[in-house]
Design a protein around this ligand. Structure first.
Ligand SMILES: [Zn+2]
Length: 343
């Protein structure tokens, strides 16, 4: 049986700013957890490569690439109120995008069965024209475009369970029917997009599926969105490859958001996505790290994804299920979205 793999490179720690929630400490915590828990020992490490500027241009304008490069070259500064660059950020961002590309190629070529790219800076808020929301270049969108433009694939699904809407990914493929973009996210919330009525345009009509969830919804509502909307939409689309924007800021311990998901909830979602990839595209699935700002929750949640990808049982985490509280009923919302998409 082919191994499951991960991508990690220490250059990802060199993009860092003191006091910023999107810190190198996030990834240090993940790596330290995966080492001490023995998870890394069960996986193959794949070396990241550097994305080229041509790779970035599959999704981004040359102007954005030049802007980020020049900003990093000039030293520490903010590209917007949330988004910093430091001297090494451009190089880290090239290898972050290249890390997802390397994992995607390795899975497509059959060197790995599945993979998780432990990369940063994250990507899903970066639009074709603009870096924003802690994101410089859209790692997952670039990998999807690479599969379509260079590797001969015709249909790629991107599943985004970060608590924020991946506006950049949506923008990149809004009128492109070759990419199914499915997102669950807290709503209303940053960055403001992701209404369920945003469903794509032109040839992409119906290929954007947004499930905006109310604060406090918890595991049950999130899982219902995956079982009742994501699974049928992905089955109908018949992707040849599944990419996952894996952010863990929906965790109840996360300081930035309030969706109240547990580590066990992430295990269930990752299992469902792995099963979809097994049923539809010979198991070809690559996760890529996006957000997640509680360091303990990050380590355990990434482990939960690896355990799901490798068919292991859920390893109970010390954070547990979180505080009990009544969860909003999302059944009418999910029914409306199913109806909108004919599911
Ligand atoms: Zn996020």
């Amino acid at each position: 049986m082919r191994p499951t793999g991960y991508v990690y490179d220490p250059i990802y720690l060199e993009h860092d700013a003191p006091g910023h929630p999107e810190s190198a400490g996030r990834l240090r915590a993940i790596v330290s957890h995966l080492e001490s828990s023995g998870v890394f020992g069960r996986l193959d490490q794949l070396l990241a490569r550097d994305a080229t500027e041509d790779d970035l241009a599959l999704v981004h304008s040359r102007e954005l690439v030049a802007q980020v490069k020049a900003a990093a070259g000039a030293g520490s500064q903010l590209l917007d109120p949330d988004t910093y660059v430091v001297a090494r950020s451009f190089d880290a961002a090239l290898r972050s995008a290249g890390g997802v590309l390397a994992a995607t190629d390795a899975v497509l070529d059959g060197d790995l069965s599945r993979a998780f790219s432990l990369v940063r800076p994250p990507g899903h808020h970066a639009t074709p024209e603009r870096a924003m929301g802690f994101c410089l270049f859209n790692n997952v969108a670039i990998a999807a475009a690479h599969l379509l433009e260079r590797r001969g694939l015709e249909r790629v699904a991107i599943i985004d369970f970060d608590v924020h809407h991946g506006n950049g990914t949506q923008d990149a493929f809004y009128a492109d029917g070759r990419v199914l973009y499915f997102s669950t996210h807290q709503h209303p919330f940053y960055p403001g997009s992701g209404d369920w009525r945003e469903t794509g345009d032109g040839p992409g009509r119906g290929a954007t599926v947004n499930v905006p969830l109310p604060a406090g919804c918890g595991d049950e509502a999130l899982l219902a969105a995956y079982r009742e909307v994501c699974a049928p939409a992905v089955k109908r689309f018949r992707p040849q490859f599944i990419l996952v924007s894996a952010g863990f800021d929906a965790h109840f311990a996360d300081p930035l958001a309030q969706l109240r998901v547990s580590t066990a909830g992430y295990y269930e979602i990752a299992t469902l996505l792995r099963e979809l990839s097994d049923d539809l595209c010979e198991g070809r699935i690559v996760f890529a790290l996006e957000g997640g700002y509680d360091h303990t929750a990050l380590g355990w949640s990434v482990q939960a994804c690896f355990d799901a990808l490798t068919g292991r049982d859920f390893a109970p985490d010390p954070l547990g299920r979180g505080p009990l509280a009544p969860a909003p009923d999302v059944s009418a919302l999910l029914a409306r979205i199913r109806e909108e998409h004919g599911l």
